[in-house]
Design a protein around this ligand. Structure first.
Ligand SMILES: Cc1cc2nc3c(=O)[nH]c(=O)nc-3n(C[C@H](O)[C@H](O)[C@H](O)COP(=O)(O)OP(=O)(O)OC[C@H]3O[C@@H](n4cnc5c(N)ncnc54)[C@H](O)[C@@H]3O)c2cc1C
Length: 409
């Protein structure tokens, strides 16, 4: 057990492991990566593994582009495996309102150099024979979108950080952050104290509990999200594009010879991690296949295969939703040396390399390369301590995952 470090990163999911890796890649720092469970074992390996280049703001688009670049050269950089396919994606509108949004998105994607184009439903069907054109107004094709094996990312970054000399500490629970006179001095764990002038809270669904030990409120709501994977389906080639149906908030991509699909329901299950049993692990999350079946029924005309193919696997995890749908990343005012990487909004794994890189830069150089003020925890006022209001806003963001993101542009 080490007793001091230059940086303690709490949580070895995608966000924490990437931060530790990029810190080690900069060199010259002793970094400890702590996790209460096995390394990289909680929400990150249960994700869908989709990465969208077109995001809600230009900064997010640049970060998403950089993250995809890092993911494409993951093995070359880290020496760790990552299955990744540049399949492109099709985003489909079934309503006139969504079609208008898609038209703007296509223009914006072109302006950003993403090569997006508007397609007819029939043209999209020719690209993806399992996507039926019935009831579809228009489709945007983004050729650079990728999907990847989610379980490889956090474990790979953690292993690579370890190879560069980071102290990897699974089964070490942080029980408190020491902040004296507004300055971070270290963390308390169930295995003893680690002195450190910099602490990063990347504790996923538990990020609120960790920050609360220092009196800091992180306004996000741990929210269940689930996917299903079908048995192999003849013709489900790995290169078929990801499909997203806006108003139904459903996505699907090829997986293991079949399809992986998920979606965003109107009233998601939200959790207070304090109310769960002490040894709770994300594997214990109560799942509900009926939620996914209803979502798949809602796209039966466009994606009938999702209602007919036999089920191979059903899994879920607990990403963290914020009341405005933006991540919470960066230093925490009033606690010098304390950083947070949370509020993943069900899109944190695909952006993790860029967030980790930016946080490492912030810690080492004192500033990020992008203006991340939209992600600052300082944007939230005390009104977000109202749990009812917070939960309502977080659920709304969850349900409007596709269309609202576009409306904000
Ligand atoms: C079904 C599903 C599909 C998804 N699809 C996508 C997708 O397609 N694309 C995408 O980008 N994102 C997707 N996501 C979201 C993505 O999984 C998350 O954004 C991402 O994994 C969050 O990473 P994290 O590091 O914050 O959390 P985690 O991976 O949960 O890591 C947090 C870690 O902190 C540790 N920890 C907690 N408390 C403590 C403590 N006190 N002391 C020490 N350690 C602690 C935990 O044990 C855990 O290992 C999906 C999520 C789910 C569930």
């Amino acid at each position: 057990m080490i007793r001091d470090a230059d940086v303690v990163v709490i949580g070895s999911g995608g966000l924490g492991a990437a931060t530790a890796y990029f810190l080690m890649a900069r060199g010259g720092r002793r970094v400890a990566l702590l996790d209460r469970h096995d390394l990289a074992s909680q929400t990150s390996p249960r994700a869908a593994g989709n990465a969208a280049l077109l995001r809600s703001t230009d900064v997010m688009c640049r970060l998403a582009g950089r993250a995809v670049d890092w993911l494409l050269r993951f093995t070359a950089d880290t020496g760790e495996p990552l299955d990744i396919v540049r399949s492109g994606s099709l985003k489909a509108a079934r309503t006139d309102a969504d079609a208008a949004i898609l038209a703007r998105e296509a223009e914006r994607g072109q302006a950003l150099g993403l090569g997006t184009s508007l397609l007819s439903a029939e043209a999209a069907h020719r690209m993806h024979p399992f996507f039926q054109p019935r009831g579809v107004r228009s489709v945007v094709h983004t050729p650079g979108d990728v999907y990847f094996e989610p379980s490889h990312v956090a474990s790979g970054y953690a292993a690579a950080a370890g190879k560069l000399g980071a102290a990897l500490m699974p089964h070490t629970t942080v029980t408190g952050i020491d902040v004296r006179g507004g300055v971070v001095e270290g963390v308390e764990t169930d295995r003893g104290r680690i002195a450190s002038p910099v602490v990063v809270d990347a504790a996923g669904a538990w990020a609120r509990q960790v920050a609360a030990t220092a009196g800091i409120h992180v306004p996000m709501v741990p929210t269940r999200h689930q996917v299903l994977i079908t048995e192999p389906v003849e013709g489900a080639r790995a290169e078929l594009p990801i499909v997203r149906i806006m108003d139904a908030a459903v996505y699907v991509r090829p997986c293991w010879g079949g399809f992986l699909a998920g979606g965003y329901e109107m009233t998601p299950a939200q959790f207070d991690m304090d109310q769960l049993p002490p040894g709770f692990s994300i594997a214990d999350t109560p799942l509900d296949l009926a939620v996914l079946r209803r979502l798949m029924d809602g796209v039966r005309e466009q994606l009938p295969v999702l209602s007919t193919a036999p089920l191979r696997l059903h899994r879920g995890g607990v990403p963290t939703m914020t009341p405005d749908g933006q991540h919470i990343v960066g230093p925490v005012p009033g606690a010098a040396g304390f950083f947070v990487a949370s509020g993943c909004n069900v899109a944190g794994l695909s952006i993790a390399p860029a967030i980790g890189e930016e946080l490492a830069r912030w810690i080492v150089d004192g500033r990020s390369s992008e203006d991340l003020s939209d992600m600052s925890i300082a944007r939230f006022g005390s009104e977000w301590r109202d749990e009812v209001r917070l939960r309502r806003a977080a659920a709304w963001e969850y349900w409007h995952f596709y269309s609202y993101e576009a409306l904000r542009t």
